[in-house]
Design a protein around this ligand. Structure first.
Ligand SMILES: [Zn+2]
Ligand SMILES: [Zn+2]
Length: 255
């Protein structure tokens, strides 16, 4: 499996980091976790197969996680001739069908009937979905917005866990236990922390419980970039830590 962190920033607009979005390529599955502003162009910038994305999975409905889905859908429809024919599956928590309906209300016919089949699957916390070719997606509830979920994606005995946006919850650390890659938000320093996001110390505490083979941090607000994130996390967790950039790739050898 290969993970590419396309958007490692937030809605705090940055020249280096666009909003949240991460591509996992696993066998025949090309799944985009979140699609915030800037992610569609990042796919092209890094030469990734944006035309052949098979699944999009939203963690929650904040703009910095969903807004570029409209860009991508418009690109699939009109960015090439002929437009997309490959079916698409959109996955998200309860409310995803309604969200896409509102996009359809805003953008009209080309969005509602794009010329390819869109399957929308609302995933409940605790549920798993078989995405085909040995890929299984799981979800768990996390404390951020009412609908927010985190995801796991497994194939060939390997597991990637993506926190989405979350506050601190030890249950998430338990759920993520043994992940090969834990892609975890790391939004704010302790001095300006809020219950809906994680600090580096909290990322370290979650990683100490989850013991991932590799902790990859993302979703950095500018204030957290001014402190020594790595040292604060390492005080709790001794394993490998990466601070992802837009375009970082992580290879996960399947067993
Ligand atoms: Zn966010
Ligand atoms: Zn959010």
């Amino acid at each position: 499996m290969r993970l590419t962190t396309l958007g490692t920033g937030t809605i705090s607009l940055s020249a280096e980091r666009v909003c949240a979005g991460h591509l996992v390529e696993a066998g025949a599955v090309r799944l985009l976790f979140d699609c915030g502003g800037g992610v569609a162009h990042r796919l092209a910038q890094h030469g990734l197969p944006w035309r052949e994305i098979t699944h999009v999975a939203f963690t929650h409905f904040h703009t910095d996680h969903v807004a570029d889905f409209a860009t991508l859908a418009f690109a699939w429809k009109y960015g090439d001739r002929p437009g997309r024919s490959l079916p698409l599956t959109v996955i998200g928590p309860e409310g995803t069908t309604a969200l896409l309906g509102k996009f359809g209300d805003a953008f009209g016919e080309w969005f509602r009937n794009p010329g390819y089949v869109i399957t929308v699957l609302e995933i409940a916390p605790g549920q798993t979905l078989d995405l085909g070719d040995g890929v299984v997606l799981g979800a768990t509830k996390v404390p951020h917005t009412a609908e927010s979920v985190a995801y796991s994606l497994s194939r060939g005995g390997r597991r990637i866990v993506y926190s989405g946006d979350t506050g601190y919850d030890p249950m998430f650390g338990e759920w993520a236990r043994g992940a090969d890659v834990l892609l975890c938000e790391c939004s704010l320093p302790t001095e300006v922390s809020i219950p809906e996001h994680l600090t580096p110390e909290q990322c370290g505490a979650l990683a100490a419980a989850a013991l991932p083979k590799h902790l990859v941090l993302t979703h950095f607000y500018p204030s957290v970039e001014r402190i020594d994130v790595r040292a604060l996390v390492a005080a709790h967790y001794a394993g490998p830590i990466s601070l992802a950039s837009d375009g970082s790739t992580f290879e996960i050898e399947e067993g």
